[in-house]
Design a protein around this ligand. Structure first.
Ligand SMILES: Nc1nc2c(ncn2[C@@H]2O[C@H](COP(=O)(O)OP(=O)(O)OP(=O)(O)O)[C@@H](O)[C@H]2O)c(=O)[nH]1
Ligand SMILES: [Mg+2]
Length: 336
């Protein structure tokens, strides 16, 4: 694995398309390869402008991403696109339509497009796609556009770790706005009302304005941009709004706060997964839950037992770093 990465990493940093694709597969596969790869590229990240595009199914996210990418390319900037689809069990399967639509972008070496779908655990997808953002960043793409369908907690977690979140909605989704309000709307930095060629744009815009006036926001009031992505109308305004937001982040010091919070979120996710995995190895989560159920033990005590099992396990005492599939070495050995 290490030998493979010795070869892969330099080619990834040169933005060779096949290396970029291969690297993303490595993080999708998880395990020791995933962490080792992220560890190796981490000193090269932080330059890319990372934008999350989220919203209900069919809102026009892919169409908007496609147009945004073309605008960036017209300015000579490179673009990495990740489409995260939690509903599709096959990478790329459900996004075939997107691929066809984006065909002309595919032949452009300044653009990399990849879709990521669920392989195993849902939480794994959020983590893998965030890692893939790091890879594209290290590869030197100027922009990274991350498309997710805003439906579940996992997708919210994915977009939570980008610089700017654009929430795409469409006219006539009154109830939908209510529905997505809970998770996604609070993290919106820019609102896009797409399909502005349809009836009800003004109403949707007013609803959003109303919601914004009621809700809490700091110095940044999320702008609302109307677009007809399919006809490339308003897309330059979206790009301008994203850039204004970025300037705000930098000028206010919010960028650093955000990136710290992102790191914290990622660390916590990894930590939780690792504790659960360790508890599973030491005592077996399923077994303890079963026992707790049979003996009517409360959840706190079941968790206590599992947690103390982890704390007292030899692996922890010896500082062995655990990964899915077994230990790969001690902390000392892995220090740079
Ligand atoms: N009328 C109209 N149709 C649009 C507009 N933008 C996109 N569409 C169409 O809406 C449909 C869905 O567009 P997509 O870009 O695939 O939407 P999406 O949000 O990526 O969809 P999922 O990824 O499946 O959630 C396509 O048929 C687009 O051509 C628009 O501004 N106006
Ligand atoms: Mg799409």
């Amino acid at each position: 694995m290490r030998a493979n990465l010795d070869d892969l990493v330099p080619r990834l940093l040169e933005r060779q398309p096949r290396a970029v694709a291969r690297a993303i597969s490595v993080v999708e596969d998880g395990g020791a390869g995933q962490r080792e790869l992220v560890r190796r590229v981490y000193s090269h990240i932080g330059r890319a402008k990372v934008v999350g595009i989220t919203g209900p199914p069919g809102a026009g996210k892919s169409t908007l991403v496609d147009r945004l990418a073309r605008h960036c390319r017209a300015r000579g900037e490179t673009v990495g696109i990740l489409a995260v689809d939690p509903t599709s069990p096959y990478t790329g399967g459900a996004l075939l339509g997107d691929r066809i639509r984006m065909q002309t972008l595919y032949t452009d070496p300044g653009v990399f497009i990849r879709s990521m779908a669920t392989r195993g655990a849902m939480g794994g997808l959020a983590r893998a796609s965030r890692d893939a953002v790091d890879l594209l960043d290290a590869a030197g793409f100027d922009w990274i556009l991350l498309e997710t369908v805003g439906v579940g907690q996992d997708e919210v977690d994915v977009v939570r770790t980008v610089d700017t979140v654009a929430v795409v909605t469409v006219p006539g989704l009154g109830d939908d706005i209510q529905a997505i309000k809970a998770g996604i709307l609070e993290i919106a930095d820019v609102f896009v009302v797409n399909k502005a060629d349809r009836e009800g744009v003004e109403r949707t815009t007013r609803d959003l304005e109303m919601m914004l006036s009621l809700g809490e926001h700091g110095e940044w009031l999320p702008p609302i941009v109307k677009t007809v992505a399919a006809r490339d109308e308003g897309v330059d305004q979206v790009l301008a709004a994203v850039e204004r937001h970025r300037e705000h982040l930098t000028a206010s010091g919010e960028m650093d706060r955000r990136r710290r919070a992102h790191l914290r979120l990622r660390v916590e996710t990894i930590l939780k997964e690792r504790i659960v995995a360790a508890a599973d190895r030491v005592l077996g989560v399923e077994r303890e839950v079963e026992r707790g159920f049979e003996q009517r033990v409360d959840p706190y005590r079941v968790a206590d037992r599992l947690f103390s099992g982890v704390l007292h396990s030899e692996e922890v005492d010896q500082g062995i770093v655990e990964v899915e599939g077994g230990p790969v070495g001690s902390l000392e050995e892995r220090a740079p």
